[in-house]
Design a protein around this ligand. Structure first.
Ligand code: T1G
Length: 655
């Protein structure tokens, strides 16, 4: 038979009695109404044709099926519904085998689960990432997955949303056989099992699991959920699979799915999903090609430079690290190697990738070695003279088409650029520490930065697996500027009567992993103190200034590292310190402030407003391109709970 078309997006061709059904719905073969229609039509055809003994389902391109079409959420559902398509597949009289050519996510994984066999190719992956969208699987994932892999593994996968690669899928019982050509292998399996009793996932009994293991798996998921509802719901549904019929479990799952789909949490996480895909896209870069980058120079191999080097090496680049002395170069190399070893130990990197990375690394004490570099990133001490001296020197070393990036956190990159002969090739790349782990990277579009330099910095950060957010030049860029406003507001409330522990408790109950005063203690209080002292002369005396942090530092309380800060850590964990309470009371009294009580709601509302107001100012000043970029910065760099959507989203649609 020539290729038959079952819908706009679904075609089929018969190979030796097996109908190979291909879903071609770019970009990710999402299960739109047309795909669901096409699948039903393909099944009709296969059922009616006596010469077809079975069906293999696959995706065109590099993805099997990316799940339900997220853009259809919120619109009235259109028949056929996915659960009905899957019910039809599961009960189909002829074998239906999934030829999983690439990612099978969400509804895509559920299609595979409903099939009578699953053959992954080497690039395949299986995952139920619905919790990351604030929902639970809505087409049988929580009921069919445990029937194949058991309750504990299903709790882990549905509760965390993590994907598994073919080897793990096979080990778990999710995949039958890994194949170089999954379509051929799936067709073969269909032929082999045709006419025999089919292995229908929904008819399998859920394997009995050890109660202690189930409890441990549950606890692990819940401890990471921090107030987000969907992981707990996913776990509840998986556990129910052991106690309910398939029909009952599916009904419960569907009801939960619909309830969560319309929740704030889901709206917030959908916002984050699309925000991430919009980030880094700028009209002015339309059609601008990034320059080619192969060799990256990194000046300074301290903690930050080494982290950047690790991220750069593991993305496949050649790295030339530069230090001032041979001893420092040797230490830098060791630091980088140590970080790579740690990544191997924790399973984030294979031993082979580590060895390849090390083979692409040189660390030298001679800046002249930077001549071949396409991009040089400085990660030296954050001091204007140090950085400008360095950039002037680099100007004379690097090629005319090389790019210079500064990793400054607080300095003005325009001032650094202005000291060079070619400010148009200077850009900011503000990594967050630890740079090999943190996804957020602020890409600073300086006054003179050329469009293709900006495009190159963005492409480079993306290749590193980072989430690059473009921002203009301002003190602290997007993140630290909002953080400063956030901290200032928290300090105002403390001065007015809230206790630091009340502020932290309110933030943590709302979803932050750590309250702001605990975060400050973790980061250390002395850098901000030094900055305040430097700026003291320039301060507007009419502007409100809270002296409590200065008093803490004067008392030698520099935060966690010194054992004391806003809290006392001498017992090994954070404890409220009466000395701090007294110090705060004294500071209030000195200003004649009569302390008042703050409710948790007021604390959170004030802090959110402070962040959102500063965000609005950043938008008005043209520093941030869009509100959703600000949300991503705060979520990925400052612990803002993703399931609340970020400060701009949260304040635009308050609960
Ligand atoms: N629906 C609609 N659009 C989608 C989409 C989806 N599921 N997935 C991706 N896109 C768009 C995306 O916005 C972007 O658009 C383009 O595709 C490329 O994406 C019933 C309820 C599949 C691993 O959560 O994880 O199934 O910006 O840049 O890096 O139980 O996309 O180009 O206009 O990310 O190659 C569950 C989400 C849905 C998977 C590909 N599925 N997607 O990564 O490309 S809920 C997911 C991904 C569900 C059922 C339930 C990734 C990817 P634009 P991209 P990529």
């Amino acid at each position: 038979m020539a290729a038959a078309r079952f819908s706009e997006t679904v075609t089929g061709d018969v190979r030796d009695g097996v109908l190979v059904v291909t879903i071609d719905n770019p970009p990710v073969n999402a299960l739109s109404a047309d795909v669901r229609d096409g699948l039903m039509a393909a099944l009709d055809h296969a059922e009616a044709s006596a010469d077809i003994v079975g069906v293999a389902v696959t995706g065109a391109g590099r993805i099997f099926i990316g799940g339900a079409d997220i853009r259809e959420f919120g619109k009235p559902p259109v028949e056929p519904h996915l659960p009905d398509v899957l019910d039809r597949i599961e009960n189909f009289p002829k074998p239906v085998i999934a030829a999983v050519n690439g990612a099978a996510l969400g509804g895509g994984c559920e299609v595979a689960l409903a099939c009578h066999g699953r053959i992954p190719g080497e690039k395949a992956s299986f995952g139920l990432p619905e919790v990351k969208l604030g929902i639970v699987p809505g087409a049988g994932g929580t009921q069919r997955l445990p029937r194949l892999v058991g309750i504990p593994a299903a709790i882990d996968m549905t509760g965390t949303g993590r994907s598994v690669k073919p080897e793990e899928a096979a080990r778990l019982g999710l995949a039958d056989k890994i194949a170089a050509d999954p379509v051929a292998e799936a067709a073969q399996l269909a032929r082999a099992v045709a006419g025999t009793p089919l292995r229908r996932t929904g008819a399998l009994t859920v394997p009995v699991a050890d109660v202690a293991i189930v409890e441990a798996a549950t606890k692990k998921v819940l401890s990471k959920a921090r107030g987000q509802a969907s992981p707990g719901e996913a776990v509840r549904l998986v556990r129910a699979a052991a106690e309910m019929s398939l029909k009952g479990g599916l009904a419960e799952e569907r009801a939960t799915f619909i309830r969560l789909r319309d929740s704030r949490e889901a709206a917030a996480l959908r916002h984050v999903f699309f925000a991430e895909r919009a980030a880094g896209k700028l009209d002015k870069l339309e059609g601008v090609a990034p320059r080619e980058v192969k060799i990256v120079g990194i000046v300074g191999t301290g903690l930050m430079g080494a982290g950047i080097a690790v991220a750069t090496l593991t993305a496949g680049y050649r790295v030339v690290g530069v230090e001032q002395t041979a001893e420092a170069a040797a230490a830098g190399r060791n630091r980088i190697a140590g970080m790579l070893d740690k990544a191997v130990e924790s399973g984030r990197l294979s031993a082979a990738s580590r060895d390849e990375s090390l083979a692409r690394l040189t660390v030298v004490a001679d800046a002249a070695e930077l001549t071949p570099a396409d991009l040089v990133i400085e990660a030296v001490f954050d001091d204007l003279t140090v950085k400008t001296d360095l950039f002037r020197k680099l100007d004379g070393i690097v090629r005319a088409d090389a790019i210079l990036a500064t990793n400054t956190s607080y300095l003005n990159p325009d001032e650094i650029a202005a000291t060079t002969a070619h400010p148009e090739r200077v850009v900011g790349l503000h990594f967050f520490s630890p740079a090999n782990i943190m996804r957020l990277t602020e890409v600073v579009d300086c006054k003179a930065t050329a469009p293709d330099v900006l495009a190159t910095a963005l492409a480079f950060a993306k290749k590193l697996g980072k989430l690059p957010i473009v921002c203009g030049v301002t003190e602290g860029f997007i993140g630290n500027r909002i953080y400063s406003a956030y901290r200032r507001e928290a300090e105002f409330m403390v001065e007015d009567g809230a206790e630091p522990q009340e502020v932290d408790a309110a933030l943590e109950a709302w979803g932050f992993p750590m309250g702001i005063f605990t975060v400050n203690d973790m980061a250390g209080l002395e850098i901000a103190w030094a900055k305040r002292k430097r700026q003291a002369a320039m301060r507007d005396p009419k502007e409100r200034y809270v002296e409590i942090p200065d008093r803490l530092c004067e008392a030698g309380r520099f935060g966690r590292k010194s054992g004391r800060g806003w809290y006392d850590y001498s017992s090994g964990h954070r404890a409220v310190d009466p000395q701090v309470t007294a110090l705060i009371e004294t500071a209030r009294a000195a200003k004649g402030i009569v302390p008042r009580r703050f409710s948790s709601e007021e604390i959170v509302a004030r802090l959110l407003k402070a962040m959102a107001d500063e965000g609005s100012a950043l938008l008005a000043e043209g520093i941030a391109a869009r509100a959703s970029d600000i949300d991503l910065v705060m979520i990925n760099g400052y612990g803002f709970p993703a399931y609340k959507g970020g400060p701009m989203f949260a304040s635009a649609s308050p609960s």
